[in-house]
Design a binder for this molecule. Sequence first.
Ligand code: TMP
Length: 213
Amino acid sequence: MVGFVTFEGGDGTGKTTQIKALESYLTSRGKACLVTREPGGTELGAMLRRVLLEAGGAPIAPSSELFLYLADRAQHVSEVIRPALAAGKIVLCDRFTDSTLAYQGYGRGLDLALLRQFNGVADAGTRPDLTLLFDCPIEVGLGRTASRQAQSPSGAPQEDRFEREQLAFHEKVRVGFLDLARQEPGRFRVIDAARPAADVSLAIRQVIDEALR
Ligand code: TMP
């Protein structure tokens, strides 16, 4: 039985839109689900998210950044994810431990073995049953975030700290995610997110239907 589903991938790969569509699909089929995200799935997490992503903020060293994500996760697991799973809900989580490995490990260059240990402290043994990796070329993803910003009510560019990173950083993150997927083919399903949203939705439903069977 699949209970804990995580959605991973680079910026602008369309995870958030697809999670909402999947929630409606599952709800219409009588499945109770909870949609949440990292960072920012709790009250503490919302504060940490502002610190982590705010445009124009103070410098944050890679290891400080890591501990902020881990603090967000530890709170999120104990306050939101575990209780929802215990109540029998399907938890759909926008980013989780694999983002730490991809961004802080492959992207920033922190030691992967160490990151796995820290992730283990933060998740307290709560591991995803299924992980959908949204993969698309970097230019496509960043192009989507740029057009989203252009449509924001203020019209002013609102790039976050990660969107301001160089293409090379995002490329390392993408390679990292694909590497993680290769290491755990049983848990990961790679979704080609460059396709039109309707096709991506269909692919996700097929994966979920199969997992719930
Ligand atoms: P998003 O929720 O809009 O995708 O933004 C979250 C950003 O935080 C995204 O650029 C990826 C980054 N991130 C990490 O670097 N490490 C992590 O552990 C998590 C959960 C997210």
